[in-house]
Design a protein around this ligand. Structure first.
Ligand code: SAH
Length: 395
């Protein structure tokens, strides 16, 4: 097997069992490993410390599969890791009410670059690293054997693949998927999901716990759901007795699916207003019209893909938070989120605090939110935490 020999400075990374080895930490590569191929990892004083997959075109040159030099990365390895990840989900998800959740959360489930989500009888995968791609066939066979899904669909149609020297790809890899929309259940609510063309793997699974929390705040409220996608937060709000829900979403197909989802749960569209428009623009229009709401949800897409965009992203977050704060009635509630990994929880809170100052409102955090528990964050991989949310009381 080819090997990489690390620099002395990399010892501390190895000690902390961080699964990424950057190109700058490598002293020497012995042999000529191809994309994703297995390499043995040696410290500067030639001690074998584990094995990983080589990725020649990425700054993350090696992703570590195991810090146990004895452990073989074979079918039994993937069986063990996938079964372990599955058993965690069985503990935290009530599968009688929820059949849509993340089974494998990449690095945080010790399977770097591999995402596997369950959508009722189907599995949807993303192979985001050269190593995950290298072991794809074995991984698919193990998934098929453990979960026996009707179909396994790949949604590796994401740009990060190109950093790993891989093309974005999408399509069925096992079994069948004949439906255009798959019906799933989340906390007892029904949702139609476009597995083939929806965002991410089809649904924002990471917001499940936060959508549930909306139920506690929405009764009798005039709700504004910004960046509403297929109506996740709206369904929970309407079911718990919201007086009205206004949805703003730039994707018309997502809004149409939101309508179907609302009706599918026996809820009426008469108290729903849809705006197929830009949130930044509509919030300004509402401000000029002196509209007001009791509960506002801000769940924007990622505003930054790299550290160089943090400032620009911060301005975007401040803008929508400032506008939303101005639109809230006294005693109103703001659910505000950021899913940009480059924005830390501290920075996000600071941005919202700046918006609060400029708005002239008195704002208190009453809850701090994060991604749902099926998106765990391994303590040796803090980068796994990306979703931050604040529930604010606004006076
Ligand atoms: N809260 C949703 C997920 C939101 S994802 C849920 O629980 O399912 C962010 C959404 O914002 C996407 O649907 C995207 O189409 C939409 N979007 C992105 N930019 C937008 C903009 N400027 N105005 C309105 N919608 C936008």
């Amino acid at each position: 097997m080819p090997s990489v020999i690390l620099k002395k400075a990399a010892d501390s990374f190895i000690k902390r069992k961080h699964p990424w080895i950057f190109s700058g930490a490598i002293e020497k590569v012995e042999g000529s490993p191809s994309n994703g191929e297995m390499v043995q990892i040696f410290t500067s004083n030639k001690k074998l410390v584990g094995s990983g997959s080589f990725s020649p075109s990425s700054q993350i040159r090696v992703r570590v599969w195991s810090f146990d030099p004895e452990e073989k990365i074979d079918i039994d390895f993937f069986k063990r890791k996938i079964s372990l990840a599955h058993s965690l989900r069985e503990k935290i998800i009530d599968t009688s009410k929820t059949n849509v959740y993340r089974i494998i959360n990449a690095e945080s489930d010790e399977l770097p670059g591999l995402i596997v989500d369950r959508y009722a009888d189907y599995l949807v995968c993303q192979f985001l690293s050269a190593g995950a791609e290298f072991h794809k066939k074995i991984i698919i066979d193990v998934l098929d054997d453990i979960f026996k899904p009707l179909g396994i669909f790949e949604r590796s149609d994401v740009d990060v693949r190109t950093k790993e020297g891989l093309q974005p790809v999408q399509g069925l890899i096992k079994g069948t998927l004949s439906e255009d929309f798959v019906e799933v259940r989340e906390n007892g609510f029904k949702f139609l999901v476009d597995i083939k063309g929806g965002h991410k793997t089809g649904f924002y699974l990471d917001q499940r716990d936060n959508r549930k929390l909306i139920s506690e705040f929405a009764k009798g409220k005039n709700v504004l759901n910004c960046f509403s996608y297929t109506g996740g937060f709206s369904v929970y709000a309407l079911a718990s007795g919201a007086e009205k829900v206004t949805q703003i979403e730039s994707s018309l197909s997502a809004l149409e699916l939101a309508n179907k989802n609302i009706e599918r749960n026996g809820l009426s569209l008469t108290t729903v207003e849809n705006m197929n428009d830009d949130v930044f623009k509509v919030l300004r229009k509402f401000r000029d019209e002196r509209k007001s709401f009791d509960l506002i949800i801000l769940d924007p897409p990622k505003f930054t893909e790299s550290a160089s965009q943090i400032q620009q992203a911060s301005r975007g977050y401040k803008d929508i938070n400032l506008l939303a704060l101005k639109l809230l009635n006294p005693g109103g509630i703001l659910f505000t989120f950021s899913c940009s990994g480059h924005i830390s929880p501290e920075l996000f809170q600071k941005i919202v605090a700046d918006a609060a100052l400029d708005s002239g409102r008195k704002v208190k955090i009453i809850k701090q939110l994060t991604q749902s528990s099926d998106h765990p964050v391994s303590l040796n991989f803090p980068e796994g935490l990306y979703l931050k949310g604040l529930v604010c009381l606004v006076n």
